[in-house]
Design a protein around this ligand. Structure first.
Ligand code: SAM
Ligand code: DTB
Ligand code: SF4
Length: 331
């Protein structure tokens, strides 16, 4: 397949690449993956610099407000009741405890506070408590994001009314590989939730996980699906699988770091104006691999020593990384 057969931004800086497309095909993404690595990096940087200050990285802090005991069977997830991972089921956190964490995140430099719950979908009573958390965090002057599972239209509108800025709901993988990973809800269920979030006027945070034994074709299928949504997600988290003991994916072969970077570059090129988040998996990544991810167009991270249940680099390591690379946290 020839590169020239597709309308991919050329390596000439004179070529305008700002037209945002919503008709990316899997084959086109595979063509990006097959580019010589340095060419792919160059193209990703060009697209990145046309839309963002390349020195600035957005910083979000994550808090698990309801941990464990989830009825879904997502094969990667330590919080599913189907797997024995040692994660204990807990109740929804209290408002004051959540706000204390949000204040600490703000003081440490986070501009967005993301709250995650291990639910298939929220009960309306729980949603009201989450709305109070959103209102409280907003009052601190911090952007809000929540990830609560599947939503109905009225639930999405209620979250919007509470002032929610972003809703995270991932497609996770390609439509074809999906049923190998999750059987308790469909790909279409996920697209329907994303539609409800978009219709409610909430910004969409949607990406996926790589390193789950999927093929390059599946990674391309996931990126093409995201980049063909009627409106691109404003935020695109690309997670490297965190292999958690007890889950069905605990023992697979880890994805090659360069292939991870290629996935980030493809997300950047196909969704030029979206924030691309170098998401889970940084704890086990070298500074050099992370630097390549930023070069490939990642411009957002989770900051703070814990993701939901697994470790993330501690703040000192990230401060040193930012200093080494001359990066600054976005206001
Ligand atoms: N229960 C809700 C749901 O699934 O929509 C929200 C929380 S769920 C933990 C949020 C996302 O975390 C998942 O969609 C998945 O992409 C990511 N995730 C979970 N476990 C992971 C792991 N072990 N490695 C990488 N990403 C993971
Ligand atoms: C996303 O895409 N990644 C985050 C956030 N959205 C909610 C979650 C990563 C979870 C990693 C496994 C854990 O810590 O439990
Ligand atoms: Fe539950 Fe979300 Fe984990 Fe799936 S990813 S098992 S829905 S917490």
């Amino acid at each position: 397949m020839s590169v020239a057969a597709y309308d991919i931004p050329s390596s000439s800086p004179a070529v305008e690449d700002s037209a945002i497309r919503h008709d990316w095909t899997r084959d086109e993404v595979l063509v990006l993956f097959a580019l010589p690595f340095l060419e792919l990096m160059f193209r990703a940087q060009m697209v990145h610099r046309a839309h963002f200050d390349p020195q600035q990285v957005q910083v979000s802090t994550l808090l698990s407000i309801k941990t464990g005991g989830c009825p879904e069977d997502c094969a990667y997830c330590p919080q599913s009741v189907h797997y024995d991972t040692g994660v204990k089921a807990e109740k929804l956190m209290r408002l004051d405890a959540v706000l204390a964490e949000a204040r600490a995140a703000k003081a440490a430099g986070a501009s967005r506070f993301c709250m995650g719950a291990a639910w298939r979908s929220p009960k309306d009573r729980d949603l009201e408590q989450v709305c109070a958390m959103i209102e409280g965090v907003k009052q601190l002057g911090v952007e809000t994001c929540v990830t609560l599972g599947m939503l109905t239209g009225p639930q999405a509108r209620r979250l919007k009314e509470a002032g929610l800025d972003y809703y995270n709901h991932n497609l996770d993988t390609s439509p074809e590989y999906y049923e190998r990973i999750i059987t308790t809800r469909t790909y279409q269920d996920r697209l329907d939730t994303l539609g409800a979030v978009r219709d409610a006027g909430i910004h969409v945070c949607c990406g996926g996980i790589v390193g789950m034994g999927e093929s390059a074709d599946d990674r391309a299928g996931m990126i093409a699906t995201l980049a063909s949504l009627p409106v691109h997600p404003e935020s695109v988290p690309i997670n490297m699988l965190v292999q958690v003991e007890g889950t069905p994916l605990a023992t697979g072969t880890a994805l090659d770091g360069i292939d991870f970077v290629r996935t980030i570059a493809a997300a950047r090129i196909t969704m030029p104006a979206s924030m691309v988040r170098l998401s889970a998996g940084r704890e086990d990544m070298s500074d050099e691999t992370q630097a390549l991810c930023f070069l490939a167009g990642a411009n957002s991270i989770f900051y703070g020593p814990k993701l939901l249940t697994t470790p993330n680099p501690d703040r000192d390591r990230d401060a040193q990384l930012f200093a080494r690379l001359g990066l600054t946290a976005m206001e």
